[in-house]
Design a protein around this ligand. Structure first.
Ligand SMILES: NC(=O)c1ccc[n+]([C@@H]2O[C@H](COP(=O)([O-])OP(=O)(O)OC[C@H]3O[C@@H](n4cnc5c(N)ncnc54)[C@H](O)[C@@H]3O)[C@@H](O)[C@H]2O)c1
Length: 245
């Protein structure tokens, strides 16, 4: 991946940061984009120690102008964009009868609309280049649902539809669009789930362990590489067997 340029949203920490590191170790230059601009810049500095070029850019994926500015900065600095990882995401869990409209809207806007806005912003330069890789970080919850996560599950199921439709639109331009569906991964997003919820997850995972951000980054790196050039519109579970269907 030497001299390729990847944009990773939500790249400041967690799964996004692990993806940034994996791509950087393979020679990719990285744009770390995050609503936490300081975190993005700190991660970018750490990546440069790996011998590649990296920049940290503050951007809220749910804001079209901020997304356009982030992609413009990418093109201004690196001249191209080869890989987009739509990783930024949040949860606002509650049972549907208690779920506020605001929490519904926020999760859909960041997780689903954010992926749409970022895809739209990179698709023209990728089409001109006649190459590109877009990887949407969905979730097994988008494929199986989860009590207390109707907004999150709907956003992640929506990302799968977005993946499949975009894949069909751009396949002839040599742009591959795939989704990954992580299961239960140890990050700050999951650390506050109660012990009972965590134990229930561990019990239902055939591999009997939580996943690591690195488990997710390994599969993402494959989808970002030329090794996956004939793979498009797919969803790959990374879940230790949690969802086998
Ligand atoms: N941790 C899991 O078990 C798990 C499982 C399946 C899917 N996922 C998905 O993986 C992705 C990363 O999750 P994580 O566990 O690393 O979470 P995390 O909370 O540790 O990191 C998310 C990152 O996204 C950033 N972010 C949040 N809102 C943003 C916005 N509006 N614009 C730009 N950046 C924003 C945050 O600042 C943070 O750096 C998410 O899309 C999540 O839904 C996580």
């Amino acid at each position: 991946m030497k001299d390729k340029v990847a944009v990773v949203t939500g790249g400041a920490r967690g799964i996004g940061k692990a993806i940034c590191e994996k791509l950087a170790r393979q020679g990719c230059n990285v744009v770390v984009s995050d609503i936490d601009g300081d975190g993005a810049k700190t991660t970018a500095k750490e990546l440069e120690a790996l011998g590649i070029s990296a920049i940290g850019v503050a951007a809220n994926v749910a804001d079209a102008d901020q997304v356009k500015a982030m992609v413009k900065e990418t093109i201004d600095v690196f001249g191209r964009v080869d890989i987009l990882i739509n990783n930024a995401g949040i949860t606002r869990d509650s049972l549907i009868m208690r779920m506020s409209e605001a929490d519904w809207d926020l999760v859909i806007q960041i997780n689903l609309k954010g992926a749409f806005l970022c895809t739209k912003a990179v698709i023209r330069p990728m089409m001109k280049q006649r190459s590109g890789k877009i990887i949407n970080v969905a979730s097994v919850i988008g494929r199986m649902g989860n009590a207390g996560q109707a907004n999150y599950a709907a956003s992640k199921a929506g990302m799968i539809g977005l993946t499949q439709s975009t894949a069909k639109e751009v396949a002839a331009r040599n742009i591959q669009v795939n989704a990954i569906a992580p299961g239960f991964i140890q990050t700050e997003m999951t650390q506050d789930l109660g012990k009972e919820v965590i134990d229930a997850y561990l019990e239902s995972i055939p591999a009997k362990r939580a996943g690591t951000p690195d488990d997710v980054a390994n599969v993402t790196a494959f989808l970002a590489s030329t090794a996956s050039d004939y793979v498009t519109g797919q969803v790959i579970n990374i879940d230790g067997g949690l969802l086998i269907a």
